[in-house]
Design a protein around this ligand. Structure first.
Ligand code: 5RP
Length: 262
């Protein structure tokens, strides 16, 4: 088969490929959600099939679970795993402290629970996700359907006292229907333009009745792997204070070019 990845997909692929180097035999691994995470699941599938890697995985969404099973990866629940050695997940924004906005794919609740239960979180993204300050990407907030309009109104009122540049909120839609998460909840996307104090905002959001969780992942990520369209990849480790640069080739594998949607 002849196929070529676009620069953005090359960036996602090399980040994913580099990140699976962190996975060791016997590990319990959290699997993120999204297009970059899908490359990672496929790369792990190659290692399971070709190199006999044995891991047990906890996916963060039904679509990641389906893909992992398809790739021959053993899937278990978080309760069966108890604790995870490592989680690899994507992000919508990452800043210089490795704080994140996540939830563009609507899986932020499971992603946050899985990340919190992990010894280490490795985030994979194309370089376009790197920002100086969080907030240009609309912040996803998961809310329960009961009284969601009242929850939205209270969030808007709370935002008046927050250090943000814009305050637009919208329920996420899929066509004409509301988007519904794996837990049966809605997502409110908060267009804030710039978030001045992410910790304060995160705490205030989670105090609004009806809010289940928000997409700010603060002090959670240990390593970020950023891919470039030309195959370069930067691995930044916040604990070690190191930045490593590599260049990876895109290798055609049976798994790579099929069904790479979210
Ligand atoms: C899903 C997420 C994703 O990790 C995030 O949206 C990035 O997705 P992609 O890799 O497709 O850009 O948080 O809830």
């Amino acid at each position: 088969m002849t196929a070529e990845l676009s620069p953005i997909d090359t960036a996602k692929y090399v980040a994913a490929k580099r990140a699976v180097d962190f996975v060791e035999h016997g590990m319990r691994v959290g699997l993120g959600t999204g297009s970059t995470a899908a490359y990672m699941v496929r790369a792990l599938g190659d290692l399971v099939r070709d190199e006999g890697l044995r891991i047990r995985a906890v996916p963060t969404s039904t679509r990641t679970a389906d893909l992992a099973r398809e790739m021959g990866i053993e899937v278990i629940t978080l309760d069966e795993a108890g604790w995870l050695d490592l989680t690899i997940d994507g992000a919508d924004e990452v800043d210089g402290n490795l704080d994140l906005i996540k939830g563009g794919g609507g899986a932020l609740l499971h992603e946050k629970i899985v990340a919190a239960a992990s010894e280490r979180m490795v985030v994979i993204a194309d370089i376009g996700k790197e920002v100086a300050t969080l907030g240009a990407f609309p912040l996803p907030v998961e809310v329960i359907p009961f009284g969601w309009k009242s929850t939205q109104a209270q969030i808007e009122e709370m935002l008046i006292n927050m250090d943000v540049l814009a305050r637009d909120t919208a329920r996420r839609m899929t066509g004409d229907s509301p988007f519904v998460t794996d837990e049966g909840n809605y997502i409110l996307d908060l267009s804030l333009a710039r978030i001045g104090d992410a910790h304060r905002l995160s705490m205030a959001l989670n105090q609004v009745p009806g809010v289940v969780e928000n997409g700010l992942f603060l002090d959670t990520c240990d390593v970020v792997v950023l891919g470039h369209g030309d195959g370069r990849v930067e691995t930044r480790d916040i604990n070690a204070g190191t930045i490593q640069e590599d260049r990876l080739e895109v290798m055609e594998t049976e798994n790579l070019f099929t069904d790479l949607g979210n």
